[in-house]
Write a protein that binds this ligand. Structure first.
Ligand code: COA
Length: 167
């Protein structure tokens, strides 16, 4: 039988411990996991595309549980990328009921675009159920401690970005 390849996609602006939790869960189920750093046309990210790919790679490389996980940047449709790498599954995290409507919309659109790919939803550890990239950025820009929510390399990158912005 062929290996089951799963993609964990996201904007990852930046990747959080909640995302990492979902990636680790996906690794327990699927033979091969690819983290796809993508473009969400409705978002204005803090980190540009290349920075997000680079930062996500660094975070994944630092995690001993994630050896073998690939990180790729994708610029087109997620389902086209899935076809290209022969992935049959797209994994997303569902934190709360409020995520459901958005995820349902994406799932139906993805299915319409490529009926060969299945969406799979995993629940994060409850302590990450309130976490989002936006809330982390909000706490950070207002001087709060984000060390429990994102890996150290993300904090370093955010500090660097803040310095750049201050000129
Ligand atoms: N832990 C913590 N946060 C989580 C989470 C978890 N387990 N699961 C979701 N989130 C948060 C994220 O932090 C993020 O927060 P934010 O909105 O404050 O930034 C939000 O929930 C979801 O963002 P993210 O997980 O980064 O993904 P996204 O919803 O921006 O991703 C894409 C959407 C990239 C998958 C989608 O736009 C896409 O597929 N793009 C490629 C082009 C394409 O195919 N478009 C058609 C799609 S139908």
């Amino acid at each position: 039988m062929n290996d089951c390849i799963a993609i964990v996609p996201g904007t990852f602006d930046p990747i959080t411990n909640g995302h990492l939790d979902i990636i680790k869960r996906a690794c327990k189920i699927f033979d091969h996991v690819i983290v796809a750093v993508a473009i969400n046309a409705s978002k204005m990210p803090m980190f540009d595309f290349d920075e997000r790919v680079e930062l996500t790679k660094r975070v994944v490389d630092e995690e001993p549980d994630l050896s073998g996980v690939e990180v790729k940047g994708i610029k087109g449709l997620l389902v086209d990328f899935a076809k290209e790498v022969n992935a049959k599954v797209i994994v997303r995290g569902l934190r709360a009921v409020s995520d459901f409507e958005y995820e349902l919309q994406m799932a139906f659109m993805n299915r319409r675009l490529n009926k060969e790919v299945e969406m799979v939803y995993l629940m994060p550890y409850i302590k990450y159920s309130f976490l989002s990239s936006s809330i982390v950025k909000d706490v950070f820009f207002n001087g709060g401690d984000i060390s429990k929510f994102v890996p150290g390399v993300v904090i370093e990158a955010m500090n660097k970005k803040l310095e750049e912005r201050r000129g």
